[in-house]
Design a protein around this ligand. Structure first.
Ligand code: ADP
Ligand code: MG
Length: 248
């Protein structure tokens, strides 16, 4: 069983949207998925109440009980636990970072989110955890100078997952209806983004699992220049789109 966590101190960066999107895409790809909502606001617990889906469990767990809850899910045959952390730091975010095989830091391509990402990354690095960034709510054309700057800034301080996730109405409409984008509009571009994102995370988890020492950060596992030479992902659908950049 693997555990991934969406964590950043910045509210509104897309943690809950991406956690639910990736969870549904992973389940459609054959994983047995459970979402743990660590946010006292219980965004995804509310989302789950709207959807009534027994195949995708969602539960609020306070941080002190997280470790036990994850162990219980492993015993039940769950293969992927997705943690949705609250916006502010604190014990819940710290517990998520401790528990996750991979911490994903979503950021919108703006200065405030990028600064917050760096703070979150420092916390993960200090704890020796594996982490990767994810750019969310990019302009759909994905070619603006602002996105380019975001890509460069995040690549400079750690790995960046593919693809860039665009700002799309599908994400908001799906949430309103208690759905994930892959369920709301399976043939849509947002659905494709979430499928590609899950493939990208899965590859990343496999690579991390192959490392002798769990928890090595992207920075520690390979020098930046060496990582830049990492071959493109085997799945052509998952290959980075414009602007060209390396996978985390
Ligand atoms: N890629 C996206 N496209 C459009 N809207 C998005 C996208 N990602 C997030 N949002 C919207 O942004 C808002 C904040 O997202 P949310 O997932 O709640 O962030 P967080 O959990 O980090 O606070 C929500 O209204 C959500 O619908
Ligand atoms: Mg949230």
């Amino acid at each position: 069983m693997r555990t991934i966590a969406f964590v950043t101190q910045k509210g509104g960066a897309g943690k809950s949207t991406l956690a639910s999107g990736v969870a549904a895409a992973a389940r459609a790809a054959g994983e047995r998925v459970f979402i743990i909502d660590l946010d006292p606001l219980q965004t995804l617990v509310t989302w789950a109440k709207t959807r009534h889906d027994p195949d995708l469990g969602v539960e609020y767990v306070p941080p002190a009980k997280l470790e036990k809850a994850i162990a219980a899910l492993a015993k039940k045959g769950v293969t992927l636990v997705v943690l949705d952390a609250p916006g502010q730091g604190g014990e819940a975010a710290a517990a998520a970072i401790r528990a996750a095989d991979l911490c994903i830091i979503p950021a919108r391509p703006n200065a405030f989110d990028l600064w917050a990402s760096d703070k979150t990354r420092a916390q993960m690095k200090a704890q020796g955890r594996d982490y990767a960034f994810l750019l969310n709510q990019c302009p759909p054309s994905q070619q603006s100078a602002r996105v380019e700057l975001g890509v460069k800034a995040l690549e400079a301080i750690g790995g960046l997952l593919t693809p860039l996730v665009s700002a799309r109405v599908d994400y908001q409409e799906a949430a309103r209806l208690g759905l994930a984008v892959t369920e709301y509009n399976p043939e849509g571009v947002a659905a494709q983004e979430m499928k590609e994102l899950w493939s990208s995370i899965k590859r990343r988890l496999k690579r991390a699992g192959a490392k002798p020492e769990k928890g090595a950060t992207a920075d520690k596992s390979a020098p930046a220049q060496k990582r830049a030479a990492t071959p493109a992902p085997a799945d052509p659908k998952s290959a980075p789109k414009k602007p060209a950049r390396k996978a985390a």
